[in-house]
Design a protein around this ligand. Structure first.
Ligand code: BTN
Length: 230
């Protein structure tokens, strides 16, 4: 396990874009000045209040949606060591008690795959209140953790899931079982378009299958955002 530690970086994902390729190289920054989330959003990255981690892999044959699901599942498993209450929200967010606690940003380049993971550790919920979805942190949920152990568990789970993907062994039904959105009514946000649907399941490519008034649709993570309907 090789992990580099930095006091501050613009973004751990961007750092791994800039280095000579070295498979399974991990990088942690205590803070980021330009932390990025999915779909062009920024990622709050205050010093030591979150875990900001990225890992470098050889490119995969699998599409990025499926890879995102597998790495989200890996992050969920690392967090499950701390509490049984975590669950997944398609495509790759980890939630607890209706609030987001972690997210995954997979990025593919010609010669490398970069998987970035952000986990909210010490933020008070008020500090997260301006985000686009309700968010929380391990501390705000009363969950104790050991930083170094969390980093090594996360590293190991991500590497294991990389190998599962590479061999075609990642099973989406494991993901579905941990994702209560499946089997529920949902609201789909597709650019300007917002519509209600029912989430039927996840297919082998990682697309979310939904039933809408216009029939069955396959949703890909780059294009849509899905919300639970209560
Ligand atoms: C999401 O939008 O849910 C994904 C968030 C990913 C954030 C992490 S923090 C470490 C890595 N570096 C970044 O700039 N982004 C990812």
């Amino acid at each position: 396990m090789k992990i580099l530690y930095f006091e501050e970086l613009p973004s751990t994902n961007d750092y791994l874009k800039s280095v000579p390729f070295e498979p399974f190289l991990g990088v942690v920054a205590l803070s980021q000045t330009a932390g990025r989330g999915r779909r062009g959003k920024s990622w709050l990255s205050e010093r030591e209040k979150g875990l900001y981690f990225s890992l470098l892999f050889p490119p995969l044959k699998e599409n990025l949606t499926l890879a995102g699901l597998a790495f989200g599942y890996a992050t969920y498993l690392a967090l499950k060591e701390l509490s049984p209450d975590f669950y997944l929200k398609w495509p790759n967010d980890v939630y607890i008690n209706g609030k987001k606690v972690a997210g995954v940003l997979p990025e593919i380049l010609k010669d490398r795959l970069i998987v970035g993971v952000g986990i909210n550790l010490l933020y008070a919920e008020e500090e997260l209140s301006s985000l686009s979805v309700p968010a929380t942190s391990l501390k705000a949920q009363g969950i104790e953790f050991n930083y170094d152990l969390l980093v090594s568990n996360l590293y190991n789970q991500l590497v294991e899931h990389y190998h599962l993907l590479d061999r075609g062994f990642f099973k989406v039904d494991e993901f579905e079982k941990a994702c209560p959105l499946v089997g529920s009514p949902v609201k789909v946000i597709e650019g300007e378009k917002v519509y209600n649907a029912f989430a039927l399941g996840v297919d082998r490519e990682g697309a979310l299958i939904v039933e809408t008034s216009e029939g069955i649709k396959r949703l890909f993570s780059a294009e849509v955002s899905v919300r639970e309907v209560r």
